[in-house]
Design a protein around this ligand. Structure first.
Ligand code: AHR
Length: 518
């Protein structure tokens, strides 16, 4: 039932639109600045995450050396090609919650000798450990992606943990380096980024922040790069969403000499007990999902404010190492496998979230979309030998022009997407200039019904010509399917003109556009 207040607000909104001649015709001016001291958008913001969960690793990425599906050391070639094309900068592994159950020694050595384990968090399935550390780190080399090893704290020991670091990084002549060499890898791998446990407030051990801060200090003390990589980069397991107390305690209690990054996890989930469907969602579901997605800006701002208090020089980075949309699993699939379809709604989450990260790139230096294949907001889905690229994949690829580019700060008053008596900013924008001087502007319009008119003064940008790509579709629920894998793919976008030093654009409802200017 609508309240009197909401009826009044609706009448006022209608009157406002009539006075303005409808929200479609209002014109939003976006100011783009060039600032010498603006931050570089780290390519690691565009990172991915592959957990031993459902069909992400087994039956997804990894089909085994004997599979009829073409593979390299057991990893599907079509997925390798797609991830190389995407330019994935880093890959987080083996979890997630799985990480704090994982004993790395079970996943090295001859595959036939590896013990089985039960995946206690994700469906209780039995795993044979055939995909282990060598398989993962060799894959990262093939992908030219930096590995991000999330190592076990919750059910491990300092000894097991530090032996893992030694096994991976020591050059030779140490017990663990010898063990690695016996297992067929002469040189150490170049692994800089290490997670010290995952979700320690929950599946990592249900710890208090005070207790974890002490445990973290203990583990981090014994971590060394063995003069192999250019220093070890330790990421503390971070807060869930708005648990600001968690960040406060870690920042207060962990000496700066022991930490390089502090994590944050936030999913675009409507309600943990009623997540809604991944495809047949209503506008109500859509609005609530986008509200959660856009909240990322507030979460980062508030966690960063705490970090600024303890670390004004911004030595410690904020790492959003789990983010993405989370819905009910597809009907008929294992509830513990978190398999969901990926629609234009997911493209909207990706477009807006990546803009938020770019615009906070002075502190957010890395992020990991959950997850790479067949789990949550995946960029790739597989069904036996078939594979498809999701709308999220396409957004990540369109946006990869921002990798390691200088942020061009943007300012504008967003038109609003109104639903019932609530509203959200409809427009999300970020911009950057790459090392060759090319300017890129990414724009996402989440309003499902209204196109947006925007204009961008460009005389300060030294750009002669623009080209653009768009990701759009007829319905918000549209998605790629195995028998129609290219229903949604980026296309050339032409609905813009440059007039008197201003770029004028009509952004279609629920679309993502990336401009390149040179
Ligand atoms: O990404 C799925 C799960 O979500 C991860 O294992 C965990 O860290 C988080 O709760």
């Amino acid at each position: 039932m609508k309240t009197r207040k909401s009826i009044l607000m609706t009448i006022m909104a209608v009157l406002f639109c009539l006075a303005m001649g409808s929200s479609q015709s209002s014109n939003t001016r976006i100011k783009i600045e060039t600032k010498e001291d603006a931050p570089i958008i780290s390519k690691h913001i565009y990172g991915h995450f592959a957990e031993h969960l459902g069909r992400c690793i087994y039956g997804g990425l990894y089909v085994g050396e004997d599979s009829a599906i073409p593979n390299t050391n057991g990893v599907r070639n079509d997925i390798i090609d797609a991830l190389i094309d995407l330019k994935i900068p880093n890959l987080r592994w083996p979890g997630g919650c799985f990480a704090d159950t994982y004993h790395w020694k079970d996943g090295v050595g001859p595959k036939e000798n590896r013990p089985e384990m039960v995946n206690r968090w994700w469906g209780g399935v039995i795993e044979d450990n055939s995909f282990g550390t060598h398989d993962f780190l060799n894959l990262c080399e093939v992908l030219d992606a930096e590995p991000y090893l999330a190592a076990n704290v919750g059910s491990s020991t300092v000894q097991e943990f530090t032996e893992y670091v030694e096994y991976v990084l020591h050059k030779g002549g140490s017990p663990m380096a010898d063990y690695r060499q016996q297992n067929g890898r002469e040189k150490p791998w170049d692994v800089k980024i290490w997670g010290v446990g995952n979700e320690m407030w929950g599946c990592g051990g249900n710890m208090t922040p005070e207790y974890y801060a002490n445990i973290y200090r203990q583990y981090a003390t014994f971590m060394t790069d063995w003069n192999n990589s250019d220093g070890i980069y330790r990421v503390a397991s971070g807060a869930s969403e708005d648990d600001y107390h968690w960040t406060e305690v870690l920042m207060r209690d962990i000496p700066k000499s022991l930490i390089e990054g502090v994590a944050l996890h936030s999913y675009s989930v409507i309600d943990w007990d009623d997540k809604g469907p991944s495809v047949d969602f209503t506008e109500d579901h859509y609005f609530k999902t986008m509200k959660k997605a856009l909240r990322m800006d507030e979460l980062i701002t508030k966690h960063v404010a705490i970090m600024d208090k303890y670390d004004p020089e911004k030595k410690i980075d904020l790492i959003v190492d789990e983010w993405g949309g989370w819905y009910n699993v597809e009907e008929g699939t294992n509830p513990g496998f978190l398999y969901q379809q990926n629609t234009m709604r997911d493209a909207m989450i990706a477009g807006t979230t990546l803009n938020i990260f770019n615009n906070h790139s002075d502190r957010v230096k890395m992020a990991n979309l959950a997850q790479t294949v067949n789990v949550l907001q995946a960029v790739i889905l597989t069904d036996e030998e078939k594979m498809l690229l999701t709308p999220t994949y396409h957004v990540m690829k369109m946006y990869n022009v921002h990798h390691d580019s200088k942020l061009l700060p943007v300012s504008f008053d967003s038109p609003m997407y109104t639903y019932g008596d609530d509203e959200l900013a409809a427009l999300s924008v970020s911009a950057s200039q790459d090392q060759k001087g090319k300017v890129h502007i990414s724009l996402t319009n989440i309003d499902p019904s209204n196109d947006l008119q925007v204009n961008i003064p460009i005389s300060d940008l030294d750009v002669k010509k623009f080209t653009a790509q768009i990701l759009a579709s007829k319905n918000l629920q549209d998605h790629n399917e195995f028998d129609e894998p290219n229903k949604i793919t980026p296309e050339e976008f032409k609905d813009f003109k440059v007039k008197k030093g201003t770029l004028e654009i009509t952004i279609p409802a629920f679309s993502v556009i990336v401009f390149e200017g040179q």
